[in-house]
Each structure stands twice: as structure tokens, then as C-alpha cells.
Design a protein around this ligand. Structure first.
Ligand code: HEM
Length: 527
């Protein structure tokens, strides 16, 4: 057959039907978008394409791309991500309306295909849609796992893990001729260890950095789990393109990873059940209570048939355990990494903080010292303002038709709050909004942590009924680690040159972190 007729045949058989399909699909989804019943929908940025909508405009760092779009389009925008209508809120006023004034209407979560695959069909709490099941699981999480009393139970574990972190810094500094420490790697190990000890107990199955039990392999599986969770399958945005996920191996990888995690969780639960048989049951909070999260969940499942109508069966326990591990690891590690990077780039603030800690503490930092370190808290808050680990929080979905800043938002619209853009908004933070200036929080003191989630200019932990219940767990673990690193060592970039600059380029993952590992020279103090 001549080449010209082959092209004609291809056009007829493949391309023309495909084009017609694309046009119909695009028309359908745009008419769904515009269904405002005469009410005013938020404005949409230009550049949307048939089928893809605005997806191609998000790039590798969606919080930045969305921030730029909001600067020209306004603080409430309507995007179409593939076929998913998505409202993006980028001002403190819009966030307050969504997370306080109309909290109930904005408090659900969309069904995410990857969470479905990895969390036993979304049997967990983080990704659960609003409803009785989520409410009861959240109650268990807030009052039984993350209450102030339970956080206190893990004080010894935190202090031991900080000691291990300092030991690793000393060893790495001594082993390397140039005394360069890969601090990023050590901070991941620390954050993993703190949350996995709280979740699994002292036999942390290697996640705490002890390689005796195959820890390296396990951490790799968890790394893959987190990477998958941050991936948006094609089928989610353009459902009929699901074969792409099969062809790219995404489906297979998700199945393999969730099976491996499930095998670990089965082993953990079986070990706990075996250990608990015949053992004396310790109930109640306080430092003497040695129960980990798995113990507490097993206690609840064994003593109460149902928690407010929700059965804490083994699958729910496994899903909740993964929630804790995933929610508590990358977020904390990213915060510590950004804090150290900002301090290296701001030596005056670094010196001020070290002076505060070294004047208040003798020998080594303990949790009792933390209330006496107001500048430490200011540094952590300023880091969270500029670098919220989850810059777009977790996606929400509207439960019913509602409004945002007088725009109509239909039921079941996906909602994204751009906490990163809100934290850098010059209208609320002033002309120096982009600068690292912990002094802006210096007057706050301890009470301000309680205000987190009430000040809508500053939303690293989200807010409202879906706000992060792990703040009380995260704060002491991060404060203790940062204060200890700064008490025991002086830090600089290799070469020690001035100006000492860490490359602050971001990379997107489950949390946004530094693209290049933080390689620093650690000099023990006192010398
Ligand atoms: C620096 C540390 C942390 C940051 C920045 C952070 C941030 C967040 C954010 C932004 C959300 C979504 C909030 C929203 O939708 O409004 C969230 C939810 C959540 N976080 Fe955290 N988090 C941190 C640590 C933790 C820890 C240590 C735990 C538990 C051990 C935890 C458990 C959760 C849970 C269970 C949810 C889901 C709440 C729900 O959907 O009802 N987080 N977190």
C-alpha cells in the first residue's frame, strides 16, 4: 500500500475518532464545571486544554505554580485538573471561610485512587470522607493515641533517639576526613525512629535505623509507599486513560508495595498479640505507661466491641498504624531540614539561637528546658511559615453546595488550600514576607502553639475539624532535636566560606524538602 493511502487509513481509523472523543470529553467536563445554576463560579486561569484542563500548568512544584496563578487570577480560583474540578484558596480570608465559617461543608476528603490502593480501600482516618466512621476514628486518634498524656509516655523514647542522633553526628563527623555530615539522612533516621517507636514499640523492626532486622529494606519499602502516595494515577484525573497506569507499571508497583507493608503489619500485630497474652494490662496515661499505638488499638479492639459504631478490626488497626507512620515522618524531617538550612543561611539568627540555648541549658537539652527557649519556638514557626511541609495541606472535598468568598462552589468539588502562598502573602506578612525573620514570632511564647490552626495567616498544620491532630506529638520531638543539634555542635557548609549558602531548591514529595541533601560540617561544642 502506498504511504499516502496508509496515512489516510490511519487518519480515518484512529485519529479522527480519537479527536472526536477528546472534544466530546472536554465539552462534557467543561459543562460540568460551568454548572453553577446561574450562580457565580470562581474565575479560572487561562491556558486550560481540552482533556488535561490546567493539569499541565502545575509543573514540578504545584504550590509555586498555583501561587503565581493566584497572583493574577485572585485568591479563589477554579481549575480543572484533568476532569476534576478543583477550587484553590490562596488567602487567609478564604482559608478562614473554608476551614472555620463553613468548616462542615469543606471538611470531607476526595476519594484518591492511590490511598484506596494503599489503605485497604481507604479504611484509615487521614483519607476517610467525612462521616461517622471518620469522626470515631479521629476521636480514637485524638484522645487515645495523640493526647497530651500519651505524648508524655514517649518522652524517654524521644530523649533516647536524640542521644542516638547526636551519636551518629559525632560518628559521621569523626569518620569522614573533612568532617562532613549528611544531616538530611540522619534527620530522616531520627524522624522514622521517633514515630516508629511510638507506633510499634522498642522492637521497631528496623525502621529506627537499627539495621539488624533488615531495616534498610523496610525503609526502602516505606519510601516507595510514600512516593506512591504522592503520585496521582492517570486514572484519577482522566479515568478512561487507566491503561496508562498499567503500562507504566504503577499498578503493579502499588500492589507489590501494599503487600509488603501488609506483611510487616501482620507480623507486628501477631508479635504484639503474642506478647500481650498473659501479660499484665497497664491502662492510663503518664510516663509509666509503656503501651505503643498498636497496644492501645488492640486494647480498644479487645475491650470494646465497637468504638461509636466503628469496629476496630485488624484492617482498621493496620490502616490507622500506617496513617501515624506516614503522617509523622516526612513532615517532621522536612521541618528540621529546612530549619537547619535557614539557620546556616542566616548566621546571625543561628548565633542568637545558640546563645539562647547554651545560656539556658547545662550539659544537654531535656524536654524540661524547652519552655525556656522562646527564640527556638520562633525559629520553628518561621520555618513552618516559609516552608510548610505540606504546602497544599491535604485535599478537601465539599460535602454540599456552598460558597467561598461569595463564589458558588458545587458539592463534591475538590478544594486545595495553598498554605505556602498564604504564609508568604505580603498583604498580611508585609514587604519582607519572603525573608526568614523569626523575630516576627518572638513575642508569642508557648501559648502560640495552641493558636496554631486559629490564625489563618499561618496554616502549616491545617485547621478546623480536619486540622492536624499530631501537633502536640510533633512539637517536642522537633524542638528537642533542633535544640540539641545546636547546643552540641557548631555548624557550617563545607569549605566554611562566606557567604555560607545552602541551595534552597525544593523537591516535591509527600512533603516538600530540599532537593540536595544537607551536607554540613559539625564541630563539637564545647571544644
Ligand atoms: C511538622 C509536623 C507535621 C505537620 C506540618 C503536619 C501537617 C498536617 C496537615 C497540613 C494536615 C492536613 C490538615 C487539613 O486538612 O487541614 C495534617 C493532617 C493529619 N496529621 Fe499531621 N502534621 C505533622 C505531624 C503529624 C504527626 C506527628 C502526626 C501523628 C503522629 C500527624 C497526624 C495527622 C493526621 C492523623 C492527620 C489527618 C487528620 C484528619 O484528616 O482528620 N501529623 N497534618
Amino acid at each position: 500500500m502506498a504511504a499516502a493511502s496508509l496515512v489516510a487509513l490511519l487518519l480515518t481509523v484512529l485519529i479522527i475518532p480519537l479527536l472526536s472523543f477528546l472534544l466530546i470529553a472536554a465539552k462534557r467536563s467543561s459543562s460540568r464545571l460551568q454548572r453553577g445554576d446561574g450562580r457565580r463560579l470562581p474565575p479560572s486561569p487561562p491556558g486550560g486544554l481540552p482533556l488535561l484542563g490546567h493539569l499541565h500548568l502545575l509543573g514540578r512544584l504545584p504550590h509555586r505554580a498555583l501561587g503565581s496563578m493566584a497572583a493574577s487570577c485572585g485568591p479563589v480560583m477554579l481549575l480543572r485538573l484533568g476532569q476534576v474540578p478543583t477550587v484553590v484558596a490562596s488567602s487567609a480570608a478564604a482559608a478562614e471561610e473554608a476551614m472555620k465559617t463553613r468548616d462542615l461543608a469543606f471538611a470531607s476528603r476526595p476519594r484518591l485512587l492511590m490511598a484506596d490502593r494503599l489503605y485497604y480501600g481507604t479504611r484509615d482516618m487521614v483519607f476517610a470522607p467525612s462521616g461517622e466512621r471518620w469522626r470515631q476514628l479521629r476521636r480514637v486518634c485524638v484522645s487515645r493515641l495523640l493526647s497530651p498524656g500519651r505524648v508524655l509516655c514517649f518522652r524517654a523514647a524521644r530523649e533516647q533517639e536524640v542521644a542516638a542522633l547526636l551519636g551518629r553526628v559525632r560518628a559521621a563527623a569523626a569518620a569522614d576526613g573533612a568532617a562532613v555530615v549528611n544531616l538530611s539522612e540522619l534527620l530522616i533516621t531520627y524522624s522514622n525512629a521517633v514515630i516508629s517507636r511510638a507506633t510499634f514499640g522498642d522492637g521497631s523492626y528496623g525502621l529506627d535505623g537499627d539495621d539488624g532486622g533488615g531495616g534498610t529494606k523496610l525503609r526502602k519499602v516505606f519510601g516507595e509507599f510514600e512516593e506512591l502516595l504522592g503520585t496521582v494515577p492517570m486514572a484519577e484525573v482522566v479515568p478512561w486513560l487507566w491503561p496508562v497506569d498499567v503500562a507504566t507499571g504503577l499498578e503493579r508497583k502499588a500492589r507489590r508495595t501494599s503487600e509488603e507493608i501488609d506483611r510487616l503489619l501482620e507480623r507486628v500485630i501477631a508479635d504484639h498479640r503474642r506478647r500481650r497474652r498473659g501479660a499484665r494490662r497497664v491502662v492510663g496515661d503518664g510516663e509509666d505507661d509503656r503501651r505503643d499505638f498498636v497496644d492501645v488499638l488492640l486494647d480498644l479492639s479487645e475491650t470494646e466491641e465497637e468504638v461509636g459504631g466503628v469496629q476496630l478490626d485488624t484492617v482498621t488497626i493496620k490502616a490507622t498504624v500506617v496513617d501515624m507512620l506516614v503522617a509523622g515522618t516526612d513532615t517532621s524531617y522536612s521541618l528540621l531540614e529546612w530549619a537547619m538550612a535557614e539557620l546556616i543561611n542566616h548566621p546571625t539568627q543561628m548565633r542568637k539561637l545558640q546563645d539562647e540555648i547554651r545560656a539556658a541549658v547545662a550539659g544537654g537539652v531535656t524536654e524540661d528546658d524547652l519552655p525556656r527557649l522562646p527564640y527556638l519556638k520562633a525559629v520553628i514557626k518561621e520555618t513552618l511559615r516559609l516552608h510548610p511541609p505540606g504546602p497544599l495541606l491535604l485535599p478537601r472535598e465539599t460535602l454540599e453546595d456552598t460558597e467561598l468568598q461569595s463564589y458558588h462552589v458545587p458539592a463534591r468539588t475538590r478544594v486545595v488550600i495553598n498554605a505556602w502562598a498564604i504564609g508568604r502573602d505580603p498583604d498580611t506578612w508585609g514587604e519582607n514576607a519572603e525573608d526568614f525573620m523569626p523575630e516576627r514570632f518572638a513575642a508569642d511564647g508557648e501559648a502560640e502553639y495552641q493558636k496554631m490552626g486559629l490564625d489563618f495567616r499561618f496554616l502549616p498544620f491545617g485547621a478546623g475539624r480536619r486540622g492536624c491532630p499530631g501537633v502536640g506529638f510533633a512539637v517536642p520531638a522537633n524542638e528537642l532535636a533542633l535544640a540539641s543539634l545546636l547546643y552540641h555542635f557548631d555548624w557550617e557548609v563545607p569549605g566554611g566560606g562566606r557567604p555560607a549558602v545552602v541551595d534552597m531548591t525544593e523537591v516535591n514529595g509527600l512533603a516538600v524538602r530540599l532537593k540536595k541533601a544537607l551536607l554540613l560540617v559539625a564541630k563539637p561544642w564545647p571544644r
